[in-house]
Design a protein around this ligand. Structure first.
Ligand SMILES: C[S@@+](CC[C@H](N)C(=O)[O-])C[C@H]1O[C@@H](n2cnc3c(N)ncnc32)[C@H](O)[C@@H]1O
Length: 473
């Protein structure tokens, strides 16, 4: 750690960065940079001649001040784990942006730890897989990966991200469906009369009525404009004619999410649908916007983009095994789930995961439109720490029991020297007890600022990556 920190005396620091020692003292007093001893330990009080500051920490802090982002830096945060200045296109590279997901971590965080603590051909497990960030990143680094998630839709996203495709064929299918829905949309708006033979006028009403008859979801009827609803129902109907059905579902779901009657600033946590056609003041764009009345605009936006993203990942991916398991990580039978896979006889080298936080997010609810559209069965009741159960003492206790049950369930397949990394915003200080109940030992903690959120506003907060090892069995 001290190499990363680049420890220098206060006077040296001032000289190197072109400030006065008084400035540096001020940063320390405001807790923007830390007080260290010669060994790189954060200290409260320095003995004579002992005080050091970290040049790395100081430089990051000063560059954030320059960008007007001073609030994102505090003393003691790991200098490399803030990923300040990492452009958005890298945070959302290739398949990581195939579908929005509230609460995913950035691939560079996974990469940082996998690079340092694991090697090619290792087996990495994520028992709270979410949208599959660990699996994608691990695969890219030639590691075998296993992911478990309770939410069937999250498993669908993760399967689609990690699947091996005939890229040309997948692209052709995505674009063909896009084209067919575009022709249908033209017909609906009567703006173009091309290819009418596909939808003879007299059958059109029949087709539209048939689509509406297939839709028994009150949610879909409420949250979409009539034209958007017909377009998405038509896309849905086409899917089963194609080979890459899961991929098409993800393209459609992404388009549908952005086609709800929801203000642009509220896509992640919408409150009530907007009236069709009525302007609203948009906090995101700082102007009046009109709710979207169709789905084809977003289908156009995401079709080519999705095809490009899977092609990009295809060039980077390895042929290592990827296993996605839908189930409750507290009790899923991992051994049976892996029995048919090429890694059935392998021990798990490590875990890299970010469990839900207490009372923060309802993971099924955030994708309610997809559950309604595809009729996917929900498993909300088995989510650990959902928002709807709050953050009370009881909720925290249930959380401790739930998370530790997951690690205990994984334990039989863990290698004796396995390393377990848990990314958590542990504001209630629950992880020491969780580690104890899981048979794990916390050996190091890395603190990082979380600054680059696309969906959760700009408020910085901190999270800790707990590194744990297995207690002697
Ligand atoms: C913080 S998210 C993980 C996000 C992930 N790291 C990513 O980058 O997409 C936590 C996940 O835990 C899942 N989860 C909650 N309770 C679970 C349970 N009992 N078994 C398995 N997964 C569960 C949720 O569905 C959610 O997807």
């Amino acid at each position: 750690m001290s190499d990363d920190l680049q420890l220098v005396t206060l006077e040296e620091a001032a000289r190197i960065v072109g400030k006065t020692p008084h400035n540096i003292r001020d940063y320390i007093q405001r807790k923007r940079i830390g007080k260290y001893d010669e060994n790189g330990n954060l200290i409260a009080r320095a003995r004579n001649g002992e005080l050091r500051v970290s040049l790395t920490e100081l430089r990051i802090f000063l560059s954030l001040v320059e960008e007007g982002n001073e609030k994102h830096h505090w003393a003691g945060l790991h200098p490399e784990l803030g990923f300040h200045g990492l452009p958005e296109y890298q945070r959302t590279k290739h398949v990581h942006r195939l579908h929005p997901y509230l609460g995913k971590f950035i691939p560079q965080l996974v990469e940082w730890f996998l690079t340092r603590y694991f090697k090619a051909d290792d087996v990495i497990l994520d028992p709270f897989m979410g949208s599959g960030t660990t699996l994608v990143q691990g695969n890219e680094m030639s590691m075998h990966t296993i992911g478990i998630d309770i939410s069937p839709f999250n498993c669908l996203i993760a399967r689609v991200k990690t699947a091996k495709y005939d890229v040309a064929k997948a692209r052709a299918e995505i674009l063909e469906v896009e084209n067919r829905v575009a022709r249908f949309s033209d017909y609906l708006t009567k703006s173009s009369r091309v290819n009418l033979s596909l939808f003879p006028e007299d059958r059109m009403e029949h087709l539209a009525q048939g689509l509406l008859d297939e839709c028994n979801s009150e949610y879909l009827r409420t949250w979409f404009a009539p034209r958007a609803l017909l377009e998405m129902l038509y896309y849905r109907r086409l899917i089963h004619h194609y080979q890459h059905q899961d991929l098409l579902k993800v393209v459609l779901s992404r388009a549908v999410r952005s086609s709800r009657l929801v203000p642009h600033y509220d896509l992640a946590t919408p409150k009530t649908p907007l009236p069709v056609g009525q302007q609203y003041w948009c906090r995101k764009h700082n102007r009046f916007c009109v709710p979207i009345d169709n789905c084809i605009t977003k289908i156009h936006a995401y079709s080519e983009d999705s095809a490009r993203r899977i092609a990009e990942f295809d060039r980077l991916r390895s042929d290592k095994t990827v296993v996605v398991i839908q189930g409750d990580s507290r009790k899923v039978d991992l051994q049976s789930a892996l029995a048919e896979s090429p890694i059935s006889d392998r021990r798990i080298s490590g875990i890299f995961t970010s469990p839900p936080y207490v009372g923060q997010i309802d993971y099924h609810d955030q994708h309610i439109y997809a559950y309604e559209l595809f009729g996917i069965p929900r498993q909300d009741e088995m989510e650990i720490g959902p928002k709807k159960r709050g953050k009370s003492k009881q909720a925290q206790q249930d959380y401790v029991q739930g998370i530790s049950a997951v690690f205990r369930n994984c334990m039989p397949l863990l290698a004796p020297d396995a390393k377990v990394f848990v990314v958590a915003n542990d504001r209630f200080g629950l992880y020491p007890e969780i580690a104890e109940l899981s048979g794990l030992k916390i050996v190091e903690k890395f603190h990082r600022a979380v600054t680059k959120r696309t969906e959760q506003g700009d408020d910085p907060y901190q999270e800790t990556i707990f590194m744990m090892t297995v207690k002697e069995r």
